[in-house]
Ligand binder design. Sequence first.
Ligand code: CP3
Length: 331
Amino acid sequence: MTRVLDTLALEPTDRRPVWVMRQAGRYLPEYRELRSRHTFQESILDPKIAAEITLQPIRRFGFDGAIMFADIMTPLEAMGIDVVFDPGPKLRPMSLAEIADLPDLDLDRVAHVAETLRLVRGDVPDDVTVIGFAGAPTTLLAYLLEGSGSKEYLPLRTAMHAGTPELDAALVKLSNAMHAYLTMQVDAGAQVVQLFDSWAGILPRHLLETLTFPAASAALTGLDAPTIYFAPGAGHALGSMRSIGATGYGVDWRIPIDEAWVKLGTDVAIQGNLDPAILLTDPDRIQAAVTDLLRRTAGRQGHVVNLGHGIDRHTPLENVAAFVDAIKEAH
Ligand code: CP3
């Protein structure tokens, strides 16, 4: 067992585990150096490069979790969709009927992801947990309908309110595809998988409860590994989120973590939730924020320390080190 696995199982550990979302990325000079020689997509497609990028933040900071380097859009390419990155994903917007008619995920076309996970699992220290991931059906649907990220996600919101049979079919298609993709990741060595529902928080609670959470649940149910569901901005629906049946839930920084945990239910694990902006301040403020975070979850098992969303690209390296050290030195 590892600290992350024990914590998700609500078992005691010597200290809380810590990793950060987007830890394999642009704030690291060794990542920027590699990327100056390989494009983003080349780096994902070549398991040796993807594994190397996955391991860079582990070597530098000693995180307890290693999240594989890929993107939430990577498996859509194995459903016949052309995606370019500039720097976010861009694709041809599709209708609900077209999405429902997409071919099933071709696992051979994501074999490089499985190979990355095998390489990472073979290389990480035994106490580091290998984390796989996928985009949640609602968030993937947002990109497919709009063709890119956006501020308002009006095509997604309109489709969810309309609630047509084509919407249900599109969500089923994406849930099934992500279930197959995550199953492959677990078979290849992922010890935990996280489902990113990055844009679900824009929806009203009733649509989360009737459409988004059931679709996320279908993607996660029956996997042979613990699961984490993360929907930033969805604090208004924490009271019903556990209907998904995940092992743990990520929360963003908008809500104090102790309050979020009570809303979720303290018999499930929680992950979070330092504001990434705190890592842009200074080591003293980071120490104070960590002390507050740990105080709020003291006396209970089940807290995986993380940020409330991805680390910012301008984060100073010494601040990341101060954050990890503050967790490791606390008891
Ligand atoms: O931030 C989140 O909400 C997490 C979920 C998510 C990922 N990709 C996971 C990810 C989302 C919403 C995306 C879409 C995406 N892909 C964006 C967001 C903005 C937009 O325009 O829609 C961007 C910029 C990309 C492209 C991308 N993905 C780049 C350039 C990188 C490299 C690293 C970096 O931070 O610059 C990624 C890596 C990535 N995306 C990882 C994950 C889980 C890698 C593993 C890790 O977390 O370190």
